[in-house]
Design a protein around this ligand. Structure first.
Ligand SMILES: CC(C)(COP(=O)(O)OP(=O)(O)OC[C@H]1O[C@@H](n2cnc3c(N)ncnc32)[C@H](O)[C@@H]1OP(=O)(O)O)[C@@H](O)C(=O)NCCC(=O)NCCS
Length: 144
């Protein structure tokens, strides 16, 4: 079942996140603790919207999103989502995204926005779920 995220979910979500983004693939040394701290920063924001997928008391997937003003309307930014690797590909991600989508429709938000690696497999997942590459926007970065 899907339910609204609570503070007590942050540590299990940190574990899912660290497992879903292993260092050998992503080059970042995520641990349950530093991932939970990272995710907590979203959770504590005023416009946070988050859900977990839970089965028999175990959290198996999560989505972290933030509402952001865009002129007279608002958009939903999907910040992070992750499903426990051994449970991926069974519709949990789709259900989480659909739940955020239903919230957006109900609240009359203009749309959903997200950033993902251009070569990451998740891009296909988002396309399957109705997202398109946004025309006219590029992501820029400056090394320090
Ligand atoms: C991306 C992620 C959240 C998707 O969740 P999931 O539960 O595995 O996805 P679902 O089972 O709901 O998949 C829904 C659809 O997307 C497709 N899909 C899922 N993962 C995919 C992948 N890696 N490549 C291509 N298609 C994918 C599925 O085939 C399915 O389509 P179908 O119903 O037509 O068969 C999950 O795989 C994950 O945590 N990945 C690692 C972390 C990550 O990349 N997070 C997102 C970073 S922005």
């Amino acid at each position: 079942m899907i339910r609204k995220m609570e503070r007590g979910d942050l540590l299990p979500c940190g574990e899912i996140y660290a497992r879903a983004f292993p260092q050998e693939h992503w080059g970042i040394d995520w641990t349950q603790e530093n991932a939970a701290a990272y995710l907590q920063d979203f959770f504590e924001q005023k416009k946070f919207v988050g859900y977990v997928y839970e089965e028999e008391g175990q959290v198996l997937g999560c989505v972290f999103a933030l509402r952001r003003i865009c002129g007279s309307r608002e958009e939903m930014y999907i910040q992070e989502m992750a499903v426990l690797p051994q449970r991926q590909g069974r519709g949990i991600g789709r259900q989480l995204l659909d739940t955020v989508g239903a919230y957006c429709r109900e609240q009359k938000l203009a749309g959903m926005v997200l950033y993902t690696g251009s070569h990451a497999p998740a891009a296909r997942f988002y396309e399957t779920n109705g997202f398109q590459v946004s025309p006219g926007i590029i992501c820029m970065y400056r090394d320090m």
